[in-house]
Design a protein around this ligand. Structure first.
Ligand SMILES: [Zn+2]
Ligand SMILES: [Zn+2]
Length: 378
């Protein structure tokens, strides 16, 4: 356990700062948290990440780790024999100033896995979490619209009312706990190991006549649609927890949670950086030279923007507070940056050419310019 390369586990350099390690930890935890991850072996990977963070975020432990090396370090690594790092299993990111709520940023949807401990304490308990994705428009994000999310979940079987059938009895092998405990002799002494009860497969009960509709599960899987409110300003890729919209557990007669990942669908031609928006607007060269006030549609409102006289092509103008709402901060918005594209006309009438030539005559900078112009137009 102690001979892993913790830097590799967290994908950071050996010289990484504490901040870098925290950042890396958050990123990895978000990816592999067993409550939401679909990755294979997520739970083991999550354990590994926590183990690595526990060592690398603790100055003393990190120093010892760095001194004795990783995979090829001396065999004495780990201090007084068995145990070593991470054996306490009690890594809590909060001890290191990591806000676990912003691993998922579950604004308005309740915190981060608050009942995780209890729901995983026994293998008899079912996994009632469901996760899905929803595509949101920039309007949804701006206005905090309600959107429908369609996904699969387990609901109570109406045929057996969740009992699983008739003649339901507590499993005699495991006395209903769903697990069997075995003692094993090892070189380190006796060890207790726990495994899923082979008689009841972890359900904790046996059924004489299984319900034909649900095959004794007590639940059936079906498609459901829930309406959720998009938190204003939610960023692309953030996963939210929706309490009680997961699957049904007939043992506890309660529903688990739903995890919804927000994915931006249409960005209306904006580039997005956090709550700041970037776009381009076209103006003609006379507007650029003389200045003007232009109008454009912006989230169902008309915005006007002053073009100062003498605006150069490619200038970026900032409209303060006209970006997206900042999630979790009521009334706070990012900025809108408008890059000005100056359109040069490609077809001119004779009259327009005359006017431009007349204008050119007033320019003093380059004497040769006028003669070239006249040659060109003649
Ligand atoms: Zn049934
Ligand atoms: Zn059993």
């Amino acid at each position: 356990m102690a001979n892993k390369d913790y830097y590799k586990v967290l994908e950071v350099d050996k010289g990484a700062s504490k901040e870098d390690i925290k950042k890396a930890y958050k990123k990895m935890a978000r990816k592999y948290h067993p409550d939401v991850s679909k990755e294979e072996g997520a739970e083991a990977k999550f354990k590994e990440i926590n183990e690595a963070a526990e060592v690398l975020l603790d100055d003393e432990k990190r120093q010892r780790y760095d001194t004795y090396g990783s995979a090829d370090g001396p065999s004495g690594f780990g201090g007084g024999g068995f145990g070593g790092f991470g054996s306490s299993g009690g890594f809590d990111p909060r001890d290191f100033g990591i806000n676990i709520d912003d691993i998922f940023e579950g604004f308005g949807f309740g915190g981060f896995g608050s009942n995780r401990g209890s729901s995983r304490s026994s293998s008899r308990q079912r996994d009632t979490r469901e996760s899905t994705q929803v595509y949101v428009t920039l309007d949804d994000v701006y206005f905090g619209n309600k959107v429908d999310v369609t996904y699969q979940r387990d609901v109570e079987c109406d045929s057996c009312k969740g009992t699983g059938g008739e003649g339901v009895e507590t499993c005699s092998t495991c006395s209903g706990s769903g697990v069997v405990i075995e003692m094993q002799r090892t070189m380190l002494g006796a060890m207790r190991t726990q495994r899923v009860c082979p008689t009841c497969n972890g359900s904790g009960k046996t059924i004489k006549h299984k319900c034909s509709k649900c095959s004794g599960r007590g639940t059936v899987r079906e498609k459901t649609t829930q309406t959720i409110t998009i938190p204003k300003g939610v960023e692309h890729g953030v996963t939210l927890r929706v309490s009680g919209k997961g699957s049904y557990n007939p043992d506890t007669k309660s529903y688990g949670d739903l995890y919804v990942s927000m994915l931006y669908r249409d960005t209306k031609g904006f580039e997005i950086d956090g709550a700041d928006l970037y776009k381009q607007e076209e103006i003609n060269f006379v507007q650029a030279i003389l200045g003007d006030e232009i109008e454009f549609e912006h989230f169902k409102k008309t915005l006007s923007m002053k073009i100062p006289a003498g605006t150069q092509a490619g200038t970026t103008l900032r409209l303060k507070g006209k970006g997206l709402p900042v999630m979790g901060r009521d009334g706070v918005f990012g900025d809108l940056y408008v890059k000005v594209k100056v359109i040069i006309p490609t077809k001119l009438s004779t009259k327009q050419k005359e006017i431009l030539l007349e204008y050119a005559q007033t320019m003093k900078e380059d004497k040769g310019f006028m003669s070239r112009m006249k040659k060109f137009f003649s």
